[in-house]
Design a protein around this ligand. Structure first.
Ligand code: FAD
Length: 414
């Protein structure tokens, strides 16, 4: 049986796979991108209908192509997917769609790897795992499946009409949870939002968007999360033209805020008494960004308008001063729970020595402990920006360079 041979197989045709293809192509490295769905499939079928990008069009893009939209706009998710398809066409990326990689194993006694796919085997000298930062939706085992409520993960949420009539408990106050809660509330639902530890940077401050501040303050390039903030989610939103997430505003719109969700018994969900602390910590994070921005402006003598109102918070809402610690779902009319509780990775197909004993990818800037295997697109792969559109392009460039270096050694003496 003939086995197809390719120098580099890139697994996954999302933004990471497209970026990888650009840099391998520029370096003249023959490669193939295998995508089980369509290009940027997650932006099409893994997100809710009304989602827009969290960063403005001028920033959340690759260097080689602008969005066909106002540069300050937050791009709707279908247009983000269209953009990556257009980008792949622009660079002539060799993407094979509808092909799932089922296993990758080291060839014994020969260089490279055997890549098994839904359409046959391929031999590759190098493999790049670009299967996404957010692969498997995680729902904490708190409310049993037979509790009499519809339960879904934010990855499966599409729009309010999808849910049965009645109130909704949204668990998780990162970017997904706050946007879904607001949409459900605007659709006329009674909404409860369980708020855990979070950062909530300002959308704009002194005339500049948050992504600009992250850039000039060196935050996109930060190599590790700030100490103690490893498990803190980030609440930012490009919805409705973009706005700062302020939980007091959400409460003012009618959303009932709750602390972290801890347990379930006899039809009731229980919450930690941490709501006030979580909101205070989020406020402190917000104010720290303003302080850093002010210091940067002063240090560099920039002429950006002052914005003292940004430091004025509204009064604490009643749901914060007298928090609900237990919610009887039936009595409250709650018929659905949406778990906006994040994702895990699943590299079950990658059967190589590139994982630590707890199954986490073992790598340095994406160069794994299995020579010839690389990771791309993972959170904090090399920096804060690694799992985002802006950052993955730069990581892909580095990994392409590493592959070129290894090809050079392999060819030495030929
Ligand atoms: C709700 C949400 C909103 C976001 N908004 C933004 C934003 O506004 N700006 C921003 O910069 N980032 C945003 N992100 C973060 C990040 O940009 C996205 O998660 C993005 O989809 C990551 O791209 P990726 O290519 O690394 O992974 P993915 O988009 O997940 O692509 C991985 C691809 O691999 C394919 N695949 C997986 N396994 C296999 C296999 N075995 N064989 C073949 N193919 C396989 C999948 O089908 C998928 O297409 C957001 C994330 C989420 C969850």
């Amino acid at each position: 049986m003939d086995i197809e041979e390719v120098e580099v197989v890139v697994v996954g045709g999302g933004q990471a796979g497209v970026a990888m293809s650009e840099h391998l192509g520029s370096a003249g490295v023959p490669h193939l991108v295998l995508e089980r769905g369509r290009i940027a499939e997650k932006w099409r079928s893994g997100r809710w209908d009304s989602l827009v990008a969290n960063g403005p069009a001028w920033h959340d893009r690759f260097p080689g192509l602008e969005f066909d939209i106002d540069r300050e706009a937050f791009v709707p998710k279908e247009r983000v997917a269209d953009y990556f398809e257009a980008y792949a066409r622009l660079i002539g990326a060799p993407v094979r769609c509808g092909v799932e990689v089922t296993s990758v194993q080291k060839n014994h006694g020969a260089p490279g790897f055997r890549v098994e796919t839904s359409q046959g085997a391929i031999d590759a000298r190098f493999v790049v795992a670009a299967t996404g930062p957010f692969q498997v939706p995680v729902i904490p085992p708190i409310v049993p499946a037979d509790a009499g409520v519809t339960q879904l993960h934010s990855a499966g949420y599409r729009n309010p009409e999808q849910l049965p009539a009645g109130g909704v408990l949204v668990v998780g106050a990162g970017s997904s949870g706050v946007q879904i809660a607001a949409e459900l509330e605007q659709s006329g639902r009674r909404v409860y939002l369980s708020v855990g530890p979070h950062d909530r940077p300002p959308r704009r401050y002194r005339g500049r968007d948050n992504v600009w501040w992250l850039g000039v303050l060196g935050e996109w390039d930060a190599a590790t999360p700030p100490k103690g903030a490893e498990h803190v989610t980030i609440a930012v939103s490009g919805a409705d033209g973009g706005h700062t997430v302020d939980f007091r505003d959400l409460a003012g719109q009618g959303i009932i805020l709750l602390g972290s969700t801890t347990s379930f018994r006899d039809g009731s969900v229980r919450f930690a008494a941490d709501l006030r602390d979580n909101i205070a910590a989020g406020d402190a994070n917000y104010l720290s960004v303003l302080d850093e921005a002010d210091a940067y402006i002063a240090l560099n003598g920039l002429n950006l308008p002052e914005e003292p109102d940004a430091r004025v918070f509204g009064p604490e809402p009643a749901c914060v001063t007298s928090p609900v610690l237990e919610l009887d779902l039936a009595a409250a009319g709650v018929t659905s729970i949406i778990w906006a509780t994040g994702y895990a990775t699943d590299f079950g197909w990658l059967k190589v020595d590139a994982f630590d004993p707890s199954g986490r990818p073992r790598h340095q800037r994406g160069v794994s402990s299995e020579p010839g295997v690389y990771f791309l697109g993972l959170p904090w792969l090399s920096r804060r920006g690694s799992s985002f559109i802006w950052g993955v392009w730069h990581d892909a460039k580095y990994i392409a360079d590493q592959i070129v270096i290894q090809r050079g050694y392999a060819a030495h003496g030929d």
